[in-house]
Design a binder for this molecule. Structure first.
Ligand SMILES: [Fe+2]
Ligand SMILES: [Fe+2]
Length: 178
C-alpha cells in the first residue's frame, strides 16, 4: 500500500513508471545490486521531495528525472560503439533520443535530461531550477548507491514499496489483456 507521498508521486509518473520502455531499465544494473529502474525511481522521488520543498515545477522535475537515464543498455558491457569512459559523457543525449522516441516529453523535460551530468558535460548546463534539482538528486543517489549508504536507507524501503506496486499494476494489466 502506498503512503500519501507515494500516491502523489505516482500521479506525476504513472504513465512512465508502468510503461514497457521504463520497465526495461529493471534489466540493467546501475550501481552495485541496484538496477537502472530503481536508481531512476530513487532520483525521481528525491527530485519530487526537493521540488516541493523549493517551490519548483514538480511535474517537470519528476518526469525529467524519470527519463534521465533512459539509455537502455548495460553501461558495464563494452561494445565497439561504446569506448571505455564514454558512457558518462554520451548517455544524456541517448536518453533524450529515447525519451522522444517512446514518449512525448516537453522541451523543458528534455533540457532537464540533457544537462543532468553537468558539470561533466560542461557545455550542457542546467537552465532551470528543476534541471539543477536533478543534477543534485542524481549525484546524491549515485553516491549513496555506490558507497552502500542507500542499502539501509528509508529511501530504499520507499522505492521498493513503489516498485512492488507498479509491478502489481502491470501484472493486473497483462492478466486483463490475456
Ligand atoms: Fe545519468
Ligand atoms: Fe542517474
Amino acid at each position: 500500500m502506498l503512503n500519501n507521498k507515494l500516491i502523489e508521486f505516482h500521479t506525476y509518473v504513472k504513465d512512465l513508471s508502468t510503461s514497457d520502455t521504463v520497465m526495461q531499465m529493471d534489466h540493467y544494473m546501475q550501481h552495485g545490486d541496484i538496477t537502472t529502474l530503481e536508481h531512476v525511481l530513487a532520483v525521481s522521488y528525491v527530485s519530487f521531495l526537493l521540488a516541493k520543498r523549493l517551490g519548483a515545477d514538480v511535474r517537470s522535475a519528476v518526469r525529467g528525472a524519470m527519463l534521465h537515464d533512459l539509455y537502455l543498455y548495460d553501461w558495464h558491457i563494452r561494445t565497439p560503439d561504446r569506448a571505455p569512459f564514454t558512457h558518462a559523457f554520451n548517455h544524456p543525449a541517448k536518453a533524450v533520443e529515447n525519451a522522444k522516441k517512446y514518449f512525448e516529453p516537453t522541451e523543458k523535460e528534455l533540457k532537464i535530461v540533457r544537462s543532468h551530468m553537468w558539470p561533466l558535460t560542461i557545455f550542457h548546463m542546467p537552465t532551470s531550477k528543476e534541471a539543477f534539482i536533478l543534477t543534485m538528486a542524481d549525484k546524491y543517489c549515485a553516491w549513496n548507491e555506490s558507497f552502500g549508504i542507500y542499502d539501509e536507507s528509508a529511501l530504499r524501503e520507499t522505492i521498493k514499496t513503489y516498485m512492488v506496486y507498479i509491478k502489481k499494476l502491470r501484472a493486473e494489466k497483462n492478466k486483463k489483456q490475456a
